[in-house]
Design a protein around this ligand. Structure first.
Ligand code: NAD
Length: 527
């Protein structure tokens, strides 16, 4: 057994004919229950459905590396420093007293799931999410990555101005051991011109095929040097502008590979990293809003059965919005407008102050209420059936982001929800949300990495199939942590935070053969 697997024995055992354990696997039977609806002439004919699947989860966690693109940024350096603080149990002094390192803000390490009721007391029993299935402990992640800035990690942490001085002081020697990030690729057209000054750590040349091979070799070397089973490649670099989707260039896997060969100008650095990860068979997660996953990348991931997930970390304003908008609409209240203002003063804010990079963020933040609105045609008019491409009624929704250096990493988000209530009334909710940006984002990067590793170990099969197959390459189960979730083409995006969490919980439970969350609590409603 790899030492990480032994670090916390998996003490949760399911006793059922649906669940079996071997040294290598947990295998569970799961009935996927739903309903198929026939809509005709305003009538709904509903037929319950049930398909039986088996899940097989490898019990030994992989020795896992995390290679971040943008390792020397605020998120990257904060992630490294906080893992090291946890790993070496560094405590530090703040003006409020002594602070212990922890993983607060991580769904996996700091939240629980209700697993059932105590057979003696009848009380609810909750377990940490990370105990439902064997998962990598964040302290065990092997850290590495690239940055166009050559500052060593201790200096990068200092530059970020995120962590308390006393923690920085103590963790700096460990950070210095991580050294400099690997040189990266820099195509100035994709990020804001104001980033140029930090681009001093570059892979030379402008041949994109050579760049791709360089990145692939970096991944292989990192895996080999650290004897890794799995390496998650994670984009936490600056937000890029959107790439144009051009027929013959990035619309199919083959066209994209050819476009890289001919160094086409519309292939972005993030797309190149995604292609490198896919070709190396390692998962790639995009923590920024740009459209890294052009259609050619998705096709390539399908072809290689390699996992991808994105886009954009959902840390502050959007997380709250996906809760609040759902609360309003599900309460039968009609938001008429949602106006969101942000200002922030870190390097991310500086980059987003450029128009084209802001546009990427605006797009990623804008669709978050769509599914809730579309689900309620009592409040919002449906699109006209006879008008092609017509959109249904929708609240006005704007997003503004401004760069205010003074506030540093402490982003301010101001949101106004203006809604129609009973019989012509109006309600206004104003929210002022102060987020320590990188301290909210870092646990999300950890959760995404650890969940991604887990999902590479889960296979499934229909009852009539002999072989177990890996999950579909686009990991939409990561949606909870992502602002604009990437989903299987042709399927609907779920933005509701509650539904995203329920999906994750239900999936983890399905893998150990427990069905449903049973908030019904029927036993408490009957004699
Ligand atoms: P940052 O500017 O501090 O760090 C980004 C790093 O990426 C910099 O060190 C920069 O030198 C590096 N970089 C830029 N282009 C690169 C390339 N081609 N290759 C390698 N490195 C490159 O930003 P941050 O605050 O750490 O945020 C990182 C990303 O995460 C941003 O895109 C941001 O929009 C996104 N994001 C952050 C949050 C949050 O912090 N709460 C939330 C959602 C999304």
């Amino acid at each position: 057994i790899h030492p990480t697997a032994a670090r916390r024995p998996n003490y949760l055992t399911v006793q059922s004919q649906n669940t079996s354990y071997s040294d290598e696997f947990i295998t569970s039977k799961f009935v996927n229950r739903g309903a198929s609806v026939n809509v005709s002439n305003g009538q709904f004919l509903v037929t319950p459905t049930a398909q039986t699947y088996e899940f097989q989860t490898k019990r030994t966690v992989s020795k896992t590396g995390l290679m971040m693109i943008g390792m020397g940024g605020n998120n990257g350096s904060t992630l490294c420093a906080t893992i090291l603080a946890n790993r070496h149990n560094i405590v530090w002094h703040t003006k409020a007293g002594v602070q212990q390192p922890n993983y607060i803000g991580s769904v996996l390490r700091a939240s629980t799931v209700r697993i059932g009721t105590d057979s003696v007391t009848g009380q609810d029993v909750h377990v940490p999410v990370s105990d439902v299935l064997p998962m990598v402990h964040p302290n065990d992640l092997v850290l590495g990555g690239w940055d166009i800035s050559g500052a060593s990690l201790d200096k990068a942490m200092e530059r970020a101005q995120v962590l308390d001085y006393d923690l920085q002081r103590q963790v700096a020697p460990y950070m210095a051991l991580l050294g400099k990030p690997l040189p990266s690729i820099y195509y100035p057209d994709f990020i804001a011109a104001n980033q140029e000054a930090r681009a001093d750590n570059l892979i030379p040349g402008d041949d994109k095929q050579a760049h791709l091979e360089h990145i692939r070799a970096d991944i292989r070397k990192f895996k080999e040097d650290n004897q890794l089973d799995r390496t998650v490649i994670f984009w936490t670099a600056n937000t890029e502008r959107y790439s144009d989707i051009i027929a013959g260039v990035n619309d199919t896997a083959d066209n994209l590979l050819a476009a890289i060969k001919s160094s086409h100008s519309e292939v972005s650095p993030s797309t190149l990293f995604a292609v490198a990860a896919i070709l190396e068979g390692e998962p790639f997660v995009n923590g920024a809003p740009q459209n890294t996953f052009v259609p050619g990348v998705i096709e390539l991931a399908e072809r290689h059965q390699s996992f991808i997930g994105g886009d954009d970390l959902k840390s502050g304003q959007t997380k709250l919005k996906s809760v609040l908008a759902e609360f309003l609409v599900n309460a039968g209240i009609k938001p008429l407008s949602i106006a969101s203002y942000n200002h922030l003063g870190n390097n991310d804010g500086h980059n987003l102050s450029a128009e084209r990079q802001f546009k990427s963020k605006e797009i990623s933040k804008s669709s978050v209420v769509d599914d809730m609105v579309n689900a309620n045609r009592l409040l919002y008019k449906a699109p006209a059936e006879d008008v092609k491409g017509a959109k249904g009624e929708h609240p006005d929704h704007i997003v503004v982001i401004k760069y205010v250096p003074a506030v540093g990493d402490s982003k301010r988000a101001i949101d106004e929800y203006y809604s129609e209530i009973f019989c012509g009334g109006r309600s206004t909710i104003n929210i002022f949300n102060e987020c320590e940006d990188s301290l909210l984002a870092t646990p999300l990067i950890l959760d995404l990495t650890i969940l991604t590793e887990l999902l590479t170990r889960v296979k499934y099969r229909g009852v009539d199939k002999k072989e177990f197959a890996p999950l579909y390459p686009v990991l939409s189960l990561l949606s909870y942590m992502l602002k604009a979730p990437l989903v299987k083409p042709g399927t609907e995006v779920v933005n509701s935070l509650n539904r995203q969490r329920n999906a994750l919980e239900a999936f983890l439970k399905a893998c150990i053969g427990i069905e449903g969350s049973s908030d019904l609590l029927l036993e408490t409603r009957i004699w």
